[in-house]
Design a protein around this ligand. Sequence first.
Ligand SMILES: [Zn+2]
Ligand SMILES: [Zn+2]
Length: 320
Amino acid sequence: MRTDQGVRMAARCVGCGGEAVRSVGQFLYRGRELRWDAEQSCPGCDTSLCEHFGPGPTPRDVREALLTVHGPARLRLTGLLTDPVAALRLLREGTGAPLRQVRELLDELRDFALSGTAVEMAWWRVRLGERGIATEVTDGFGRAYRYVGPPELSALVDSGDSGGPGGPGSPVGRRVRTAAEFAAWAEAEEHAEPSTFVVDLAGALRLAPRRSEHVVCAGGELVLSAGEIGFRRSAGGGWEVRTVSNQSTGYCPDLTSWPAVAAALDRLGLPHPGGFTEELVFRRCPACAQCGIVREGHHVCVFCDADLPARWNVDVPATA
Ligand SMILES: [Zn+2]
Ligand SMILES: [Zn+2]
């Protein structure tokens, strides 16, 4: 498992005002201490600057850069949790969060998985291992998407405490992690219209009534995919997916986010069409910076007629 991870992004040089490269990352110091670093270097004037190197909570923009480029990792128990009190104490020390929130985190670890950056999950794995709690870390769930819509909508999110490794936040969307949780949600809903959905970093589906903002459904957090989804009764009396799209102008997810949707639906035991039934191709115009949808394969900006790139480019803050 990776115990260091970094990304590079463009920054403004403090020396000459030109374009500098900002490198940020997280790593495990001496195998058990979670640290982060950030430094800038400018090819134009040779200015280099160490912004940070050491312990302390990783800033939100650094975590988001790591998650958007590398995607999340997940931490799962590999055996029964025989000493929940020790786990609770450790989670409390590690997050500094209020007890209610730490209990939710413990439930999440016991029933599902914690999620965060690969280095954060490696850190939890080491710390839990020291208390005799065996876990495994997996990654490779695809990139995460940041909210890229109007700022006034993200202000609707009652964010509560959403930072930190595996922090559960306070999302408005109903989180369904199991077939039973999905059935309880589905029985209480009308299914005349599709619902708003996101797939959160832990891989769980979150559902909200249609026309709910995706960023609110996600509690302001990063997602693995987002769109609209419709369900119907299957012939066998259960439920199945009728329609599913990546229609979210808040996150503008790429079509390559489908596997994250499929994995969330498979976990719920829901038959699905095997791909988005409506595919939206989001691109940001390199000339006017507007984000739009490519219609019928015409890669041309509707605002200024400039050519649009072949690859998804809506939010490219950083590279590996
Ligand atoms: Zn410079
Ligand atoms: Zn344009």
